[in-house]
Design a protein. Structure first.
Length: 362
């Protein structure tokens, strides 16, 4: 009798692929299993432009150290209006999401890249970054890292950078403020006949501010916080904010002997590469701190998980001083009740880690 057809082979892939080398996928799987798990860090991530619900606390891969960079273990991060504008997507050339938020931080040097000679492991530093500061670790160009005095806390360091650099440049470099001159900070006071006006609003009162300048007076724009008006980005409110900005007549400026200027720190550093100029400003500020002439005012310090509450306070203009984030701080326990909201945030964690966390105050 003819033999029955043989059953389909159940030979292991290694044997079945003796001729064709089909064992390669198994080798790759074994190699992947033997590789050490990727190290991750806690970070504050903007998953898309819009409300605070777009901000999540996530586990992200630790940054790789490149040539000329410094790896910093972050101890404190600063929060400012540009962070709100990024969240809403109302900045020039908005970045692609998801991205780690934050432009300023303080911490300790954990490693240095090739060709970095001015920093060593263990140095206490502050840094300006083009995003990615709100994380446990950040890798940043040594050009925008600055050593801090031994008597300066990390919280003071994180509160010093963007605010104090902006104020110093506006007052002493652009405005050339001198003894006996008067200064108006727009929206904070009124007056007639001032030498310098500082305007962070960029709104409909621009010409009014220019009108109160003395001859040889200077009107300096350093922000556009009027744009951040609501919880989410609105095309109509955004357009209205810009349409309401007064047109400035350059001929009238020259006739009246007045000057209008502007300042944007991030563009100065990361688009125009004025590293040496900014470093000189930071050195001057640190000298003033050592002498006890300046000391940052800190409004509040929040855990990463409570970033929503900190942002809301800044958005509502209820802070007096700098709002900070501290990656080591424990989140505030929340109780259900009137006025207390808590939003769950899905977290993209590393292998084998739990996948949920919470961002409070959304």
């Amino acid at each position: 009798m003819p033999e029955k057809d043989a059953a389909p082979s159940e030979t292991p892939a290694a044997e079945a692929g003796a001729e064709g080398g089909a064992a390669k996928p198994e080798v790759k799987e074994e190699a992947a299993a033997a590789a050490p798990p990727q190290k991750t860090m806690k970070s504050v991530v903007l998953t898309g432009f819009g409300s605070m619900k777009m901000i999540k606390v996530q586990q992200k891969p630790e940054p790789k150290l490149a040539d000329g960079e410094v790896l910093i273990r972050v101890k404190a991060c600063g929060m400012s209006f540009p962070d709100l504008m990024v969240r809403q997507g109302v900045i020039d050339n908005p970045p692609k999401t998801p991205l780690i938020l934050g432009f300023e931080c303080a911490g300790e040097v954990e490693a240095v890249g090739e060709n970095v000679t001015d920093f060593s492991v263990g140095d206490r530093v502050i840094a300006l970054t083009d995003f990615k500061a709100w994380a446990e670790l950040v890798s940043v160009s040594a050009n925008t890292v600055y050593k801090i005095p031994d008597n300066m806390s990390f919280h003071d360091g994180a509160a010093l950078l963007m605010n104090y650099i902006t104020a110093y440049v506006l007052l002493f470099d652009l405005a050339n403020l001198r003894k006996g001159q008067s200064l108006l900070i727009h929206s904070a006071a009124g007056g007639v006949g001032v030498d310098i006006v500082l305007d962070c609003l960029c709104g409909e009162d621009t010409n009014r501010g220019i009108s109160i300048l003395k001859p040889m007076g200077k009107y300096l724009l350093y922000g556009s916080s009027n744009i951040v008006t609501g919880e989410t980005k609105s095309f109509f409110s955004f357009a209205k904010s810009w349409w309401q900005v007064d047109k400035v007549n350059p001929i009238k400026l020259s006739d009246d002997n007045k000057c209008v200027g502007g300042f944007q720190l991030r563009r100065l550093l990361f688009r125009q590469s004025q590293y040496g100029y900014v470093r000189n400003v930071v050195d001057s500020l640190l000298d003033l701190y050592r002498q006890g002439k300046i000391h940052p005012t800190i409004d509040s310090v929040w855990a990463f998980e409570d970033v929503g509450e900190g942002m809301q306070k800044l958005h509502d203009r209820k802070n007096i001083g700098k709002i900070l984030l501290d990656p080591s701080k424990e989140p505030v326990p929340k109780t259900q009740g009137k006025g207390c909201e808590q939003a769950e945030a899905n977290v993209e964690n590393g292998p084998g880690e739990k996948s949920e966390s919470a961002v409070n105050g959304e």
